[in-house]
Design a protein around this ligand. Structure first.
Ligand SMILES: *[C@@H]1O[C@H](CO)[C@@H](O)[C@H](O)[C@H]1NC(C)=O
Ligand SMILES: *[C@@H]1O[C@H](CO)[C@@H](O)[C@H](O)[C@H]1NC(C)=O
Ligand SMILES: *[C@@H]1O[C@H](CO)[C@@H](O)[C@H](O)[C@H]1NC(C)=O
Length: 499
């Protein structure tokens, strides 16, 4: 049945850190436009998405056939969340096999619409090939990055050039993105540090990244007012419009539907209500990460030394099954749990916490975070400054950006294997949370960024913020491309679709 409203097709990579931003984008498009929104993924992820959608959502879920056993992965492993680190690259490689099925799916949608193309397809940063598929079908395609502009620009340049392989020093500039200033070897994620052009990651990225140029636009879940330099890198590099449309975030309800057990927002709020304003440190390393047992021990001691209130989302340390029982008496300093229970200074939360509820509470002063971009946006949307401890991917670059360019972050530690000392960590916690000049300045900057974000998302007629305008411009461009006969290939409009 033909649908006059136009279809927007979204396709994230199979990892929670990618699916969540796409789900947030899907819900946002559903709410702010009249388009039909379709989310595409593999069977098990679609099943999970189904339970994450609000009851009356009109978002359509379509699945592509995929069996992880066919790709040397453990059975029923369709999401990075259930894979050890060394198998993540296998899932990335396996995702390329989705290409023909994705092409059939989009072609089918066009057939059902009597030849009318979707308004656009929006694909993951790991699915460069999806841009090529869209081009073959004459559909406007955008790459949507859940990562910020600066972080992804570093990531793109570093993967493309592997500059650390040529550099004699530990610090080096990123080719084409010299504005970022020097990067240190220790700021490269492990897969990149070990890459030499012949390894699986390089081979994957060298196929993936150049294909972005086949898309019609790049969308970032960020705000132009503070993330301009990263966006400029992609405008130069790809000669494509680059739009900042964020922050687009999941509501607490959607998060809770997707989350696994944990603590209720009410329990958190009640505990926070007993604390003075600006007195609590929130600690979480995101859904994918945990720290080593020695790091955990030092961090716990740092919290006791600093004497600050805290909420810590805690998991078994590296080397232990993420779902195993938490053994605090073994992994934390002797008597730690008892002491914090008695003093009521801290709340330990296993696995999942209502992060937005916590960050929006006036008692929270700072966020010790891995600085995954979603967490960064959630923190800054509430004016909460960060203590950065990057773990993987472009998080190291995010910390650099937030500390050096934006001034809302102090780096605490770097990576999953670094040595940390509790006195040093305590000093940094105090630097941000105490009423010193530095602390006040950082917190004030975070409040300024909060205002910027609020303005960017303002959606009143006549007072549209930059992110709202960017989304409008993006859809206008996609629509007019469609009405003008689709993406031009070889200088000729692809009006006729041959299936
Ligand atoms: C959606 O459609 C309704 C009814 O046709 C219209 O009143 C409304 O303005 C449209 N909304 C948007 C965002 O286009
Ligand atoms: C996936 O493939 C394996 C091995 O061929 C098979 O045993 C299993 O039933 C398949 N799973 C599904 C969901 O089809
Ligand atoms: C922070 O404040 C505490 C309590 O007033 C004090 O003991 C500590 O030395 C301060 N730390 C710094 C780095 O200013």
């Amino acid at each position: 049945m033909a649908d006059e409203r136009g279809n927007v097709v979204l396709f994230p990579f199979m990892a929670q850190g990618h699916i969540f931003p796409f789900l947030a984008l899907a819900l946002h498009i559903e709410k702010t436009t009249n388009y039909t929104v379709t989310l595409v993924n593999t069977p098990l992820n679609i099943a999970k998405l189904r339970s994450s959608l609000p009851p009356h959502s009109s978002i359509r879920l379509l699945q592509l056939p995929f069996n992880s056993s066919d790709h040397g992965l453990p059975p029923d492993s369709e999401n990075c969340d259930v894979l050890p680190y060394n198998l993540v690259i296998r899932l990335l490689e396996a995702s390329i096999s989705l290409r023909p099925a994705f092409k059939d799916l989009v072609a089918n949608l066009i057939r059902q619409q009597n030849g009318r193309r979707p308004i656009c397809t929006i694909g993951d940063i790991f699915f460069g090939w999806a841009a090529a598929v869209a081009q073959e079908l004459g559909v406007f395609h955008a790459v949507f990055s859940g990562a910020g502009g600066f972080g992804l620009a570093c990531y793109y340049s570093a993967w493309t050039h592997l500059p650390h392989r040529k550099a004699k020093e530990d610090e080096f500039l990123l080719p084409g993105f010299e504005e970022a200033s020097k990067i240190h070897r220790t700021q490269l994620p492990l897969s990149m540090l070990e890459a030499d052009g012949t390894d699986l990651w390089s081979v994957f990225q060298w196929k993936n990244l150049p294909e972005w140029v086949k898309s019609g636009a790049i969308l970032f879940n960020t705000v132009e007012e503070f993330d301009r330099i990263g966006m400029s890198y992609f405008e130069r590099k790809l000669s494509r419009p680059v739009w900042a449309v964020g922050p687009i975030l999941l509501s607490t309800e959607s998060r809770a539907r997707a989350g696994k057990g944990g603590i209720s927002p009410e329990t958190c709020r009640k505990w926070l209500d007993t604390k003075p304003p600006n007195s609590v440190l929130y600690i979480s390393f995101g859904s994918m990460n945990t720290i080593s047992s020695s790091q955990m021990m030092q961090l716990a001691r740092a919290l006791e030394v600093s004497g600050k209130n805290f909420i810590w989302v805690i998991r078994p340390p590296i080397g232990f099954d993420i779902n195993s029982e938490f053994r605090g008496e073994e992994w934390l300093p002797e008597g730690f749990e008892e002491r914090i229970r008695e003093s009521n200074k801290g709340l330990l939360i296993l696995k999942w916490a209502p992060q937005v509820e916590i960050l929006s509470h006036e008692s929270v002063s700072a966020f010790l975070s891995h600085c995954g971009w979603n967490s960064v946006l959630e923190s800054l949307s509430h004016g909460v400054p960060l203590l950065g401890w990057a773990m993987a991917a472009e998080q190291f670059f995010n910390v650099k950006f937030l500390a050096e360019e934006v001034g809302v972050c102090v780096e605490v530690a770097r990576g999953k294997s670094c040595e940390i000392n509790h006195e040093d960590v305590a000093e940094k916690i105090e630097m941000v949370m105490n009423d010193t000049m530095r602390g006040k300045e950082i917190r004030m900057k975070a409040l300024k960024v909060k205002e910027m974000i609020k303005k960017a998302m303002n959606d009143e007629e006549g007072f549209k913020g930059s992110s709202v305008k960017a989304m409008d411009d993006f859809f206008k461009t996609a629509m007019s491309t469609r009405e003008n006969g689709g993406i031009k290939q070889n200088g000729r409009a692809e009006n006729v679709l041959v299936i």
